[in-house]
Design a protein around this ligand. Structure first.
Ligand SMILES: [Zn+2]
Length: 122
């Protein structure tokens, strides 16, 4: 696997240019479009690099996917819905108040509890 391949795999395709049918199609973390690297000739591929730069071309590549990892991705890339915003990378969820650190225990809290439970050495 190429070192630069790090996006999430959405499915496995047949290379549009050769008969290699284990082409891992990934979604770019950078731009949200699909991409794939066909392996070198010695590994059964043609070493073509597929870098769609639009939703339209990503969908063209998606049509070569024969095995999808997630039905949601399949619906997203092959569905009939308008592709608007499809390429925007997901934003991290806003931090909620419940994500805040719990308040620090007051000094002496546990010592007091230990004393009440008869665990202290006083
Ligand atoms: Zn190929």
């Amino acid at each position: 696997m190429p070192a630069q391949a790090k996006g999430r795999i959405v499915g496995v395709a047949k290379c549009p240019y050769c008969d290699f049918d284990k082409l891992e199609v990934r979604v770019s973390e950078k731009n949200g479009f699909l991409y794939a690297y066909c392996p070198p000739e010695g590994d059964g591929g043609c070493k073509c690099q597929h870098f769609p730069r639009s939703v339209t071309s990503s969908r063209k590549l998606a049509k070569f996917i024969h095995t999808w990892r997630d039905a949601k991705d399949r619906a997203h890339w092959l569905g009939d819905k308008a592709p608007a915003k499809a390429a925007a990378p997901a934003k991290p969820p806003a931090k909620k108040e419940t994500d805040a650190e719990p308040p620090a225990a007051k000094p002496g809290f546990f010592a007091k509890a230990d004393k009440l439970l008869g665990l202290g050495d006083e």
